[in-house]
Design a protein. Structure first.
Length: 113
């Protein structure tokens, strides 16, 4: 069961509302066992094995985004990698997840208005 039914839109701040939305959208069983530590995960991008170091909330959110878009996690990470202009892949993934949920929060805010 997802906890999105309790979603409220707040005013974005430097720590934002996005992480709360990521957790709310996860099945309750997963949301209760999220590891706040950064975990290094291996993934193949463009035929090369690389790794990303992400908190569980970002990893699960990335997988959710890929599933929503009907694409593999590998292809989504490849898109993120190809479009980044600087920084490391882990940072680019976090920014992509943040942007995805900010856009969603903006759309939900517009619907409520």
């Amino acid at each position: 069961m997802s906890r999105i039914e309790n979603l409220t839109i707040g005013i974005p701040t430097s720590d934002g509302i996005v992480v709360n939305e990521i957790v709310r959208e996860m099945p309750e069983a997963i949301a209760n066992v999220i590891n706040p530590d950064i975990v290094k995960r291996s993934i193949v991008v463009a035929g090369h094995k690389t790794s990303v170091s992400l908190e569980d909330a970002f990893w699960h959110a990335l997988k959710d985004i890929a599933r929503e878009r009907g694409q593999s996690l590998r292809s989504l990470v490849a898109e993120i990698d190809a479009s980044r202009t600087g920084g490391n892949l882990s940072s680019a993934v976090r920014l992509h997840v943040l942007d995805h949920y900010r856009r969603r929060a903006g759309a939900l805010g517009a619907i409520k208005s």
